[in-house]
Design a binder for this molecule. Structure first.
Ligand code: APR
Ligand code: PHB
Length: 389
């Protein structure tokens, strides 16, 4: 087989890149380790920045998103019994939308099917060969048969556990990491959201988040210990704990119900540099992870896709290599800013095991400055809605 770009990973990064390139007449093959149903069953975050929304439109995949999404003009922060709103629209004239990553991935698969672009599922033993030479190729096993695809470029969109990042030799690659000493226990329930905006809650008992997918589907999280197991938490325990961490007025109107999904995710900040090695480019979770506190995971993947898409179009249409040569530098400049926002928001809102009384006072002072200082709110708003590409 031969194609122009082999995309490893059929998550949102790989699918969006494939769809955008297809619209410019650039051919791709996507190799995905799991089945399509497995990929679509993953529950992930659901806040989209304008940059990603615009790319979905440019890719011609926004019809359902535009119809079904909720526009959020701001977000709420609570501490003890206080709650305040950061009004993005008023502060900087922008907003975000609520549309689940699962739905977005669904739409991208449907669009890929509609244009007849090739996706090979359940591939094993993917290996990227000669990425540092002029004629790279990818080998893999599909249904017990060894296969090879020759290509011009490889896009490593295979998430944190993929093969792309580790194809870059250790002598070239440097990883930066911070592991947080807690996780998030999340549930999805078919209940109406407790509030019309998200609530990020700092409390003595730890962080909590009230989020949503639609008018009858809510997503809630509580900070938990890394040693906790999902089985340790009954639905009742979860709801009781959530109610203790949000202001009373919110707890009083919370509608509870059985969970339809419950999972624990660890929190980590991670960046791998560089994001390009020869003809291999890393995109999304393959190159970086953020703690979910600022909803930056999917959105940061999207900005990588934007830079890579631009670079590949320049190359194939104008034989211009500037975009490719500067991809890593451009993508990383934005990635580090998203890392900083996610790390800072995580520090602001969680309880840490080794926090001293002084540390708690500092956290409180920082939250109050976000509550009462418009400059601090503007900084938060600019980062939350997404820095420009
Ligand atoms: N070969 C082929 N596919 C692979 C391999 C491999 N060796 N390793 C992993 N994959 C697939 C995974 O099964 C997954 O479907 O790559 C895909 C990567 O998708 P994601 O992990 O979703 O990563 P990405 O597309 O970069 O999405 C951005 O932002 O909100 C965050 O973590 C969240 O998934 C989200 C991410
Ligand atoms: C979610 O809805 O799952 C969600 C929203 C915002 C976040 C993290 C997760 O910051």
């Amino acid at each position: 087989m031969r194609t122009q770009v082999v995309i490893i990973g059929g998550g949102p990064s790989g699918l969006l890149l494939g769809q955008l390139l297809h619209r410019k007449g650039i051919e791709t093959v996507i190799l995905e380790r799991k089945t399509r149903d497995y990929v679509l069953a993953r529950i992930r975050a659901g806040i989209l920045e304008t940059g990603l929304v615009n790319m979905m439109r440019e890719a011609g995949v926004s019809e359902r998103m535009d119809r079904e999404c909720f526009v959020h003009h701001g977000t709420c922060i609570s501490y003890e019994n206080e709650m305040f709103d950061i009004d993005f629209h008023k502060l900087i004239g922008q907003n975000v939308i609520v549309y689940g990553q699962t739905e977005l991935t669904h739409d991208l698969y449907d669009a890929r099917d509609a244009v007849g672009a090739r996706t090979i599922f359940e591939v094993e033993d993917v290996q990227i060969c000669d990425a540092d030479r002029d004629a790279p190729y990818v080998t893999f096993n599909s249904g017990g048969v060894e296969q090879r695809i020759d290509c011009d470029f490889v896009a490593g969109c295979d998430g944190f556990h993929g093969v792309s990042r580790t194809t870059i030799p250790d002598t070239v690659r440097k990883d930066y990491e911070k592991v947080f000493p807690f996780g998030w226990l999340g549930i999805l329930s078919e209940t109406p959201p407790v509030h019309d905006e998200l609530i990020y809650a700092n409390s003595d008992r730890g962080f909590a988040l009230c989020s949503m997918r639609n008018e009858n589907l809510s997503r809630y999280y509580v900070q938990c210990a890394l040693t906790d197991k999902v089985e340790d938490w009954s639905d009742e325990d979860f709801w009781d704990e959530l109610k203790r961490r949000v202001p009373e007025a919110i707890a009083d109107k919370l509608v509870t119900g059985p969970s339809i999904e419950k999972s624990i995710a660890p929190l980590r900040s991670f960046v791998s540099e560089p994001m390009r090695w020869g003809r291999l480019f890393l995109c999304g979770d393959a190159a970086h992870i953020v703690p979910p506190t600022g909803a930056k995971g999917l959105n940061t993947a999207a900005s990588d896709v934007h830079y890579l898409y631009e670079a590949l179009v320049q190359y194939f249409q104008d034989n211009e290599t500037h975009g490719i040569d500067h991809y890593s530098q451009k993508a990383l400049a934005r990635v580090w800013k998203a890392e900083r926002f996610s790390w800072a928001t995580t520090n602001l809102l969680h309880r840490f095991p080794d926090q001293s009384e002084f540390d708690l006072k500092m956290q409180r002072a920082e939250i109050e400055s976000l509550h009462y200082n418009e400059v601090a709110q503007k900084w938060f708003a600019q980062n939350y809605v997404g820095l420009p590409y």
